[in-house]
Design a protein around this ligand. Structure first.
Ligand code: EPU
Length: 421
Protein backbone atom coordinates (compact mmCIF):
# COMPACT_ATOMS: atom_id res chain seq x y z
CA UNK A 1 0.00 0.00 0.00
CA UNK A 2 1.24 3.49 -0.78
CA UNK A 3 -0.03 6.97 -0.02
CA UNK A 4 0.65 10.52 -1.12
CA UNK A 5 1.58 13.25 1.31
CA UNK A 6 0.90 16.77 0.11
CA UNK A 7 1.80 20.04 1.80
CA UNK A 8 -0.66 22.53 0.37
CA UNK A 9 -0.40 26.20 -0.40
CA UNK A 10 2.21 26.32 -3.20
CA UNK A 11 1.26 28.14 -6.41
CA UNK A 12 1.74 25.92 -9.47
CA UNK A 13 4.11 27.36 -12.06
CA UNK A 14 5.82 26.09 -15.21
CA UNK A 15 5.04 23.49 -17.86
CA UNK A 16 3.41 20.08 -17.74
CA UNK A 17 3.39 17.62 -20.64
CA UNK A 18 0.22 15.56 -20.97
CA UNK A 19 0.49 11.83 -21.67
CA UNK A 20 -1.46 9.68 -24.13
CA UNK A 21 -5.16 9.20 -23.39
CA UNK A 22 -5.97 6.31 -21.07
CA UNK A 23 -9.45 5.75 -22.44
CA UNK A 24 -8.18 5.76 -26.03
CA UNK A 25 -5.22 3.46 -25.48
CA UNK A 26 -7.30 0.89 -23.58
CA UNK A 27 -9.45 0.52 -26.71
CA UNK A 28 -6.55 0.69 -29.18
CA UNK A 29 -4.42 -2.02 -27.52
CA UNK A 30 -7.16 -4.72 -27.76
CA UNK A 31 -7.76 -3.61 -31.38
CA UNK A 32 -4.25 -4.84 -32.23
CA UNK A 33 -5.62 -8.37 -31.74
CA UNK A 34 -7.68 -7.91 -34.91
CA UNK A 35 -4.55 -8.27 -37.05
CA UNK A 36 -2.02 -11.00 -37.45
CA UNK A 37 1.09 -8.88 -37.55
CA UNK A 38 2.93 -6.07 -35.81
CA UNK A 39 1.48 -2.81 -34.50
CA UNK A 40 3.53 0.02 -33.00
CA UNK A 41 1.53 2.23 -30.68
CA UNK A 42 3.12 5.54 -29.71
CA UNK A 43 2.27 8.03 -26.94
CA UNK A 44 1.22 5.16 -24.65
CA UNK A 45 0.98 6.21 -20.99
CA UNK A 46 2.82 3.88 -18.63
CA UNK A 47 -0.02 3.55 -16.12
CA UNK A 48 -1.20 0.47 -14.28
CA UNK A 49 -4.33 -0.01 -16.43
CA UNK A 50 -2.10 -0.18 -19.52
CA UNK A 51 0.36 -2.57 -17.84
CA UNK A 52 -2.49 -4.92 -16.87
CA UNK A 53 -3.98 -4.77 -20.35
CA UNK A 54 -0.62 -5.55 -21.91
CA UNK A 55 -0.34 -8.56 -19.58
CA UNK A 56 -3.79 -9.70 -20.75
CA UNK A 57 -2.63 -9.39 -24.37
CA UNK A 58 0.59 -11.27 -23.48
CA UNK A 59 -1.56 -14.01 -21.90
CA UNK A 60 -2.96 -14.61 -25.43
CA UNK A 61 0.61 -15.29 -26.64
CA UNK A 62 1.18 -11.91 -28.28
CA UNK A 63 4.75 -10.58 -28.07
CA UNK A 64 4.64 -7.22 -26.33
CA UNK A 65 7.57 -4.91 -25.69
CA UNK A 66 8.15 -1.27 -24.82
CA UNK A 67 10.60 0.06 -27.41
CA UNK A 68 10.96 3.36 -25.54
CA UNK A 69 9.22 5.18 -22.65
CA UNK A 70 5.98 5.63 -24.54
CA UNK A 71 6.00 3.20 -27.48
CA UNK A 72 4.69 -0.33 -27.36
CA UNK A 73 5.20 -2.90 -30.09
CA UNK A 74 2.69 -5.74 -30.22
CA UNK A 75 3.31 -8.74 -32.44
CA UNK A 76 0.15 -10.83 -32.74
CA UNK A 77 1.53 -13.32 -35.30
CA UNK A 78 1.38 -16.22 -32.87
CA UNK A 79 -1.82 -15.33 -31.07
CA UNK A 80 -4.32 -18.16 -30.90
CA UNK A 81 -7.80 -18.06 -29.50
CA UNK A 82 -7.89 -18.59 -25.74
CA UNK A 83 -9.60 -17.17 -22.70
CA UNK A 84 -7.95 -14.02 -21.31
CA UNK A 85 -6.61 -14.61 -17.78
CA UNK A 86 -9.59 -13.86 -15.48
CA UNK A 87 -7.26 -12.77 -12.64
CA UNK A 88 -6.06 -9.92 -14.87
CA UNK A 89 -9.42 -9.19 -16.50
CA UNK A 90 -11.09 -8.60 -13.13
CA UNK A 91 -8.50 -5.96 -12.19
CA UNK A 92 -9.70 -3.32 -14.64
CA UNK A 93 -12.79 -2.06 -16.45
CA UNK A 94 -11.59 -1.78 -20.05
CA UNK A 95 -10.67 -5.47 -20.13
CA UNK A 96 -14.23 -5.88 -21.43
CA UNK A 97 -12.88 -4.75 -24.81
CA UNK A 98 -11.42 -8.25 -25.07
CA UNK A 99 -15.02 -9.34 -25.77
CA UNK A 100 -15.35 -7.24 -28.92
CA UNK A 101 -11.77 -7.88 -30.05
CA UNK A 102 -11.95 -11.68 -29.67
CA UNK A 103 -15.44 -11.89 -31.16
CA UNK A 104 -14.21 -9.82 -34.11
CA UNK A 105 -11.08 -11.88 -34.68
CA UNK A 106 -12.16 -15.41 -33.70
CA UNK A 107 -15.98 -15.33 -33.71
CA UNK A 108 -16.06 -16.22 -30.01
CA UNK A 109 -15.10 -14.84 -26.61
CA UNK A 110 -15.25 -16.20 -23.09
CA UNK A 111 -14.25 -13.34 -20.84
CA UNK A 112 -14.57 -12.71 -17.10
CA UNK A 113 -16.64 -9.73 -16.04
CA UNK A 114 -14.43 -6.66 -15.60
CA UNK A 115 -13.34 -4.91 -12.40
CA UNK A 116 -12.02 -1.37 -12.16
CA UNK A 117 -13.54 1.70 -10.55
CA UNK A 118 -16.89 0.76 -9.07
CA UNK A 119 -18.33 4.21 -8.32
CA UNK A 120 -21.68 3.14 -9.80
CA UNK A 121 -23.51 0.14 -11.16
CA UNK A 122 -21.85 -0.28 -14.53
CA UNK A 123 -24.08 -2.60 -16.59
CA UNK A 124 -23.01 -4.05 -19.95
CA UNK A 125 -26.48 -4.65 -21.39
CA UNK A 126 -25.79 -2.33 -24.34
CA UNK A 127 -22.61 -4.24 -25.21
CA UNK A 128 -24.66 -7.45 -25.13
CA UNK A 129 -27.42 -5.83 -27.22
CA UNK A 130 -24.76 -5.05 -29.83
CA UNK A 131 -23.28 -8.57 -29.86
CA UNK A 132 -26.78 -10.12 -30.18
CA UNK A 133 -27.64 -7.82 -33.10
CA UNK A 134 -24.40 -8.91 -34.81
CA UNK A 135 -25.69 -12.50 -34.71
CA UNK A 136 -23.95 -13.76 -31.55
CA UNK A 137 -25.38 -15.96 -28.81
CA UNK A 138 -24.51 -14.47 -25.42
CA UNK A 139 -24.62 -16.35 -22.12
CA UNK A 140 -23.97 -14.38 -18.94
CA UNK A 141 -23.19 -15.91 -15.55
CA UNK A 142 -22.29 -14.07 -12.33
CA UNK A 143 -18.61 -14.02 -13.31
CA UNK A 144 -18.31 -14.58 -17.05
CA UNK A 145 -19.73 -13.64 -20.43
CA UNK A 146 -19.68 -16.27 -23.14
CA UNK A 147 -20.18 -15.04 -26.69
CA UNK A 148 -20.21 -17.11 -29.86
CA UNK A 149 -21.64 -17.03 -33.35
CA UNK A 150 -25.35 -17.86 -33.38
CA UNK A 151 -27.05 -20.28 -35.80
CA UNK A 152 -27.10 -17.73 -38.68
CA UNK A 153 -23.47 -16.67 -38.18
CA UNK A 154 -22.07 -13.23 -37.47
CA UNK A 155 -23.03 -10.34 -39.74
CA UNK A 156 -23.23 -6.54 -39.83
CA UNK A 157 -26.36 -4.98 -38.31
CA UNK A 158 -28.06 -1.70 -37.43
CA UNK A 159 -27.81 -1.13 -33.67
CA UNK A 160 -29.47 1.74 -31.89
CA UNK A 161 -28.02 2.14 -28.39
CA UNK A 162 -30.58 2.90 -25.66
CA UNK A 163 -28.01 4.98 -23.76
CA UNK A 164 -24.91 6.72 -25.10
CA UNK A 165 -22.19 4.28 -24.04
CA UNK A 166 -18.48 4.64 -24.73
CA UNK A 167 -17.84 0.99 -23.87
CA UNK A 168 -20.65 -0.43 -26.02
CA UNK A 169 -19.66 1.79 -28.97
CA UNK A 170 -16.04 0.57 -28.73
CA UNK A 171 -16.98 -3.08 -28.33
CA UNK A 172 -19.31 -3.00 -31.35
CA UNK A 173 -16.64 -1.27 -33.47
CA UNK A 174 -14.08 -3.91 -32.48
CA UNK A 175 -16.49 -6.77 -33.16
CA UNK A 176 -17.75 -5.41 -36.49
CA UNK A 177 -14.54 -4.20 -38.20
CA UNK A 178 -13.85 -7.65 -39.71
CA UNK A 179 -17.46 -8.81 -39.96
CA UNK A 180 -19.29 -9.39 -43.21
CA UNK A 181 -21.69 -6.60 -44.13
CA UNK A 182 -22.29 -3.12 -42.83
CA UNK A 183 -22.85 -2.21 -39.18
CA UNK A 184 -24.47 1.06 -38.20
CA UNK A 185 -24.30 2.26 -34.59
CA UNK A 186 -26.96 4.86 -33.82
CA UNK A 187 -26.83 7.00 -30.66
CA UNK A 188 -23.10 6.21 -30.58
CA UNK A 189 -20.70 7.86 -28.13
CA UNK A 190 -18.79 10.82 -29.64
CA UNK A 191 -15.84 11.05 -27.23
CA UNK A 192 -12.39 11.83 -28.70
CA UNK A 193 -11.27 8.29 -27.80
CA UNK A 194 -13.99 6.85 -30.06
CA UNK A 195 -12.60 8.90 -32.96
CA UNK A 196 -9.08 7.81 -32.05
CA UNK A 197 -10.04 4.13 -32.14
CA UNK A 198 -11.78 4.61 -35.52
CA UNK A 199 -8.67 6.37 -36.86
CA UNK A 200 -6.44 3.54 -35.65
CA UNK A 201 -8.71 0.86 -37.14
CA UNK A 202 -8.85 2.78 -40.44
CA UNK A 203 -5.04 3.03 -40.42
CA UNK A 204 -5.07 -0.79 -40.19
CA UNK A 205 -7.38 -0.98 -43.24
CA UNK A 206 -10.86 -0.81 -41.66
CA UNK A 207 -13.67 1.17 -43.29
CA UNK A 208 -15.27 3.20 -40.53
CA UNK A 209 -16.95 6.55 -41.05
CA UNK A 210 -18.94 8.91 -38.85
CA UNK A 211 -16.89 8.50 -35.66
CA UNK A 212 -17.36 11.69 -33.64
CA UNK A 213 -21.03 11.93 -34.70
CA UNK A 214 -23.87 9.91 -33.23
CA UNK A 215 -24.01 7.56 -36.24
CA UNK A 216 -21.01 5.38 -36.98
CA UNK A 217 -20.86 3.18 -40.09
CA UNK A 218 -18.56 0.18 -40.22
CA UNK A 219 -18.16 -1.63 -43.52
CA UNK A 220 -16.65 -4.98 -42.63
CA UNK A 221 -13.36 -5.83 -44.37
CA UNK A 222 -11.77 -9.25 -44.84
CA UNK A 223 -8.44 -8.43 -43.29
CA UNK A 224 -6.61 -5.74 -41.35
CA UNK A 225 -2.87 -5.10 -41.37
CA UNK A 226 -0.34 -3.94 -38.78
CA UNK A 227 0.16 -0.20 -38.37
CA UNK A 228 2.02 2.51 -36.48
CA UNK A 229 -0.22 4.91 -34.63
CA UNK A 230 0.13 7.69 -32.02
CA UNK A 231 -2.54 7.90 -29.33
CA UNK A 232 -4.22 11.30 -28.73
CA UNK A 233 -3.39 13.30 -25.59
CA UNK A 234 -5.46 12.64 -22.48
CA UNK A 235 -8.32 15.15 -22.18
CA UNK A 236 -9.00 14.25 -18.56
CA UNK A 237 -5.36 14.30 -17.44
CA UNK A 238 -5.05 17.77 -19.02
CA UNK A 239 -8.30 18.86 -17.37
CA UNK A 240 -7.04 17.59 -14.02
CA UNK A 241 -3.87 19.72 -14.20
CA UNK A 242 -5.93 22.72 -15.34
CA UNK A 243 -8.31 22.29 -12.40
CA UNK A 244 -5.31 21.96 -10.07
CA UNK A 245 -3.95 25.32 -11.26
CA UNK A 246 -7.37 26.90 -10.79
CA UNK A 247 -7.73 25.46 -7.28
CA UNK A 248 -4.18 26.09 -6.03
CA UNK A 249 -3.54 29.27 -8.04
CA UNK A 250 -0.67 29.64 -10.50
CA UNK A 251 0.41 29.99 -14.10
CA UNK A 252 0.98 26.78 -16.07
CA UNK A 253 1.43 25.87 -19.72
CA UNK A 254 -0.31 22.53 -20.28
CA UNK A 255 1.48 20.99 -23.26
CA UNK A 256 0.59 18.20 -25.70
CA UNK A 257 -3.17 18.76 -25.71
CA UNK A 258 -5.82 19.14 -28.40
CA UNK A 259 -7.47 22.43 -27.35
CA UNK A 260 -10.70 21.52 -29.19
CA UNK A 261 -11.11 18.48 -26.90
CA UNK A 262 -10.68 20.75 -23.88
CA UNK A 263 -13.38 23.31 -24.77
CA UNK A 264 -16.04 21.82 -22.50
CA UNK A 265 -13.60 22.21 -19.59
CA UNK A 266 -11.92 25.52 -20.50
CA UNK A 267 -15.33 27.24 -20.82
CA UNK A 268 -16.21 26.35 -17.24
CA UNK A 269 -12.80 27.25 -15.79
CA UNK A 270 -12.96 30.63 -17.56
CA UNK A 271 -16.39 31.24 -16.03
CA UNK A 272 -14.79 30.64 -12.64
CA UNK A 273 -12.27 33.39 -13.31
CA UNK A 274 -9.26 31.56 -14.77
CA UNK A 275 -7.43 33.22 -17.67
CA UNK A 276 -6.96 30.60 -20.36
CA UNK A 277 -5.09 31.04 -23.63
CA UNK A 278 -5.20 28.35 -26.30
CA UNK A 279 -2.28 27.66 -28.63
CA UNK A 280 -1.96 24.97 -31.34
CA UNK A 281 -1.17 22.12 -28.97
CA UNK A 282 -0.96 23.72 -25.55
CA UNK A 283 -3.10 25.74 -23.17
CA UNK A 284 -1.93 28.33 -20.64
CA UNK A 285 -3.94 28.53 -17.45
CA UNK A 286 -3.53 31.43 -15.05
CA UNK A 287 -5.45 31.91 -11.82
CA UNK A 288 -4.44 34.64 -9.46
CA UNK A 289 -7.67 36.28 -8.36
CA UNK A 290 -10.76 35.04 -6.54
CA UNK A 291 -12.93 32.37 -8.15
CA UNK A 292 -16.61 32.73 -9.00
CA UNK A 293 -19.42 30.25 -8.48
CA UNK A 294 -20.60 28.21 -11.49
CA UNK A 295 -23.25 25.72 -12.53
CA UNK A 296 -22.11 22.52 -14.24
CA UNK A 297 -23.96 19.48 -15.54
CA UNK A 298 -21.98 16.48 -16.72
CA UNK A 299 -22.94 15.10 -20.13
CA UNK A 300 -21.47 12.77 -22.74
CA UNK A 301 -19.00 14.52 -25.09
CA UNK A 302 -19.05 17.34 -26.16
CA UNK A 303 -20.59 18.10 -22.77
CA UNK A 304 -18.67 18.52 -19.52
CA UNK A 305 -17.15 15.07 -18.77
CA UNK A 306 -18.26 13.04 -15.79
CA UNK A 307 -14.56 12.16 -15.39
CA UNK A 308 -13.94 15.84 -14.43
CA UNK A 309 -16.84 16.07 -11.98
CA UNK A 310 -14.77 15.51 -8.85
CA UNK A 311 -11.92 17.81 -9.91
CA UNK A 312 -14.23 20.77 -10.70
CA UNK A 313 -16.04 20.15 -7.43
CA UNK A 314 -12.83 21.02 -5.57
CA UNK A 315 -12.64 24.33 -7.46
CA UNK A 316 -16.27 25.02 -6.54
CA UNK A 317 -15.51 24.23 -2.90
CA UNK A 318 -13.17 27.25 -2.69
CA UNK A 319 -14.97 29.62 -5.10
CA UNK A 320 -17.08 32.56 -3.93
CA UNK A 321 -20.78 31.75 -3.66
CA UNK A 322 -22.93 28.70 -4.17
CA UNK A 323 -22.16 26.42 -7.13
CA UNK A 324 -24.32 23.60 -8.43
CA UNK A 325 -22.97 20.39 -9.90
CA UNK A 326 -25.35 17.94 -11.56
CA UNK A 327 -24.24 14.44 -12.60
CA UNK A 328 -26.16 12.93 -15.50
CA UNK A 329 -23.99 9.91 -16.36
CA UNK A 330 -23.25 8.15 -13.02
CA UNK A 331 -25.57 9.33 -10.26
CA UNK A 332 -23.60 7.75 -7.42
CA UNK A 333 -20.26 9.25 -8.39
CA UNK A 334 -20.43 11.98 -5.69
CA UNK A 335 -20.08 9.38 -2.97
CA UNK A 336 -16.53 8.53 -4.02
CA UNK A 337 -15.10 11.81 -2.73
CA UNK A 338 -17.60 14.29 -1.29
CA UNK A 339 -17.40 12.92 2.27
CA UNK A 340 -13.59 13.09 2.08
CA UNK A 341 -13.74 16.69 0.84
CA UNK A 342 -16.09 17.51 3.72
CA UNK A 343 -13.38 16.20 6.06
CA UNK A 344 -11.17 18.90 4.54
CA UNK A 345 -13.71 21.63 5.24
CA UNK A 346 -15.74 21.61 2.00
CA UNK A 347 -19.40 22.48 2.28
CA UNK A 348 -21.27 20.09 -0.03
CA UNK A 349 -24.88 18.98 0.17
CA UNK A 350 -25.97 16.19 -2.17
CA UNK A 351 -29.55 15.90 -3.23
CA UNK A 352 -30.06 13.12 -5.79
CA UNK A 353 -28.16 14.01 -8.95
CA UNK A 354 -27.13 17.48 -7.76
CA UNK A 355 -24.48 18.65 -5.33
CA UNK A 356 -24.80 22.15 -3.93
CA UNK A 357 -21.34 23.43 -3.10
CA UNK A 358 -20.98 26.52 -0.93
CA UNK A 359 -17.52 27.99 -1.30
CA UNK A 360 -15.30 28.25 1.74
CA UNK A 361 -12.22 30.51 2.14
CA UNK A 362 -9.80 27.67 2.83
CA UNK A 363 -9.72 23.89 2.76
CA UNK A 364 -7.74 22.27 5.53
CA UNK A 365 -5.40 19.28 5.17
CA UNK A 366 -6.54 15.91 6.51
CA UNK A 367 -6.07 12.18 5.94
CA UNK A 368 -8.45 11.09 3.17
CA UNK A 369 -9.01 7.96 1.13
CA UNK A 370 -9.36 7.70 -2.66
CA UNK A 371 -12.27 5.46 -3.61
CA UNK A 372 -11.77 5.64 -7.37
CA UNK A 373 -9.43 7.17 -9.94
CA UNK A 374 -10.98 10.61 -10.41
CA UNK A 375 -12.00 10.86 -6.76
CA UNK A 376 -8.31 10.36 -5.94
CA UNK A 377 -7.31 13.08 -8.44
CA UNK A 378 -9.77 15.47 -6.78
CA UNK A 379 -8.36 14.76 -3.32
CA UNK A 380 -4.86 15.51 -4.58
CA UNK A 381 -6.07 18.83 -6.00
CA UNK A 382 -7.79 19.59 -2.70
CA UNK A 383 -4.53 18.80 -0.88
CA UNK A 384 -2.57 21.17 -3.16
CA UNK A 385 -5.04 23.98 -2.43
CA UNK A 386 -5.47 23.27 1.29
CA UNK A 387 -3.69 24.70 4.27
CA UNK A 388 -1.39 22.15 5.96
CA UNK A 389 -0.71 18.52 5.15
CA UNK A 390 -3.04 16.14 3.34
CA UNK A 391 -2.48 12.41 3.16
CA UNK A 392 -4.26 10.59 0.34
CA UNK A 393 -4.58 6.86 0.89
CA UNK A 394 -5.51 4.13 -1.63
CA UNK A 395 -3.53 5.78 -4.39
CA UNK A 396 -3.40 2.62 -6.48
CA UNK A 397 -6.64 3.99 -7.97
CA UNK A 398 -4.87 7.17 -9.05
CA UNK A 399 -1.94 5.26 -10.51
CA UNK A 400 -4.38 3.47 -12.81
CA UNK A 401 -4.76 6.60 -14.87
CA UNK A 402 -2.11 9.26 -14.19
CA UNK A 403 1.40 8.79 -15.53
CA UNK A 404 4.31 10.18 -13.43
CA UNK A 405 1.91 12.27 -11.36
CA UNK A 406 4.38 13.00 -8.55
CA UNK A 407 7.08 14.05 -11.02
CA UNK A 408 4.70 16.30 -12.96
CA UNK A 409 3.27 18.07 -9.91
CA UNK A 410 6.71 18.41 -8.31
CA UNK A 411 7.98 20.06 -11.48
CA UNK A 412 5.16 22.59 -11.11
CA UNK A 413 6.37 23.44 -7.61
CA UNK A 414 3.95 21.31 -5.59
CA UNK A 415 5.08 19.65 -2.40
CA UNK A 416 3.92 16.07 -2.93
CA UNK A 417 5.60 12.75 -2.19
CA UNK A 418 4.75 9.09 -2.41
CA UNK A 419 5.18 7.08 0.75
CA UNK A 420 5.30 3.28 0.71
CA UNK A 421 3.45 1.98 3.79
N1 EPU B 1 -24.61 2.06 -19.52
C1 EPU B 1 -25.66 1.18 -19.51
N2 EPU B 1 -25.50 -0.01 -20.15
C2 EPU B 1 -24.35 -0.35 -20.78
C3 EPU B 1 -23.26 0.53 -20.77
C4 EPU B 1 -23.42 1.74 -20.13
O1 EPU B 1 -26.72 1.47 -18.96
O2 EPU B 1 -24.29 -1.45 -21.34
C5 EPU B 1 -24.75 3.37 -18.86
C6 EPU B 1 -23.79 3.52 -17.69
O3 EPU B 1 -24.35 2.98 -16.51
C7 EPU B 1 -23.63 5.02 -17.62
C8 EPU B 1 -23.71 5.44 -19.11
O4 EPU B 1 -24.35 4.37 -19.78
O5 EPU B 1 -24.70 5.60 -16.95
C9 EPU B 1 -22.37 5.69 -19.77
O6 EPU B 1 -21.50 4.57 -19.57
P1 EPU B 1 -20.33 4.22 -20.60
O7 EPU B 1 -20.60 2.89 -21.15
O8 EPU B 1 -20.15 5.36 -21.54
O9 EPU B 1 -19.09 4.13 -19.63
P2 EPU B 1 -17.85 3.14 -19.75
O10 EPU B 1 -17.59 2.84 -21.16
O11 EPU B 1 -17.99 2.02 -18.80
C10 EPU B 1 -16.09 5.03 -20.07
C11 EPU B 1 -14.82 5.45 -19.40
C12 EPU B 1 -15.12 6.03 -18.04
C13 EPU B 1 -16.08 7.21 -18.21
C14 EPU B 1 -17.32 6.79 -19.00
C15 EPU B 1 -18.24 7.95 -19.35
C16 EPU B 1 -13.26 3.88 -20.31
C17 EPU B 1 -12.39 2.72 -20.08
N3 EPU B 1 -13.97 4.29 -19.27
O12 EPU B 1 -16.69 4.06 -19.21
O13 EPU B 1 -13.89 6.50 -17.55
O14 EPU B 1 -16.48 7.68 -16.96
O15 EPU B 1 -16.93 6.17 -20.24
O16 EPU B 1 -17.57 8.89 -20.12
O17 EPU B 1 -13.28 4.44 -21.38
C18 EPU B 1 -12.34 7.11 -15.91
O18 EPU B 1 -11.52 7.30 -16.82
O19 EPU B 1 -12.14 7.47 -14.72
C19 EPU B 1 -13.60 6.46 -16.22
C20 EPU B 1 -14.37 5.93 -15.30
Amino acid sequence: MAKYEIVGGNRLEGNVVISGAKNAVVAILPATLLVQGVCRIENVPNISDVRILLDIIRSLKAKVRWTDDSTVEIDTTEVEYCEPDPKLVTQMRASYYMMGALLGRYGQAHVALPGGCNFAARPIDQHVKGFLALGADVTETDDFVDIKAGPDGLHGARISLDVVSVGATVNIMLAAALMEGQTIIENAAKEPHIVDLANFLNTMGARISGAGTDTIKIKGVEKLHGATYAVIPDQIEAGTYMAAVVAAGGDVLVQNVIPKHMECITTRLREMGARITEYDDSIRVVRDGPMRRITVKTMPYPGFPTDMQAQICVCMAIANGISRLTESVYETRFFGYCTELQHMGANIVINGKTATVTGTDQLVGNTVTAKDLRAGAALIIAGLAAEGTTTVKNIHYVERGYERLIEKFTQLGASIRRIEE
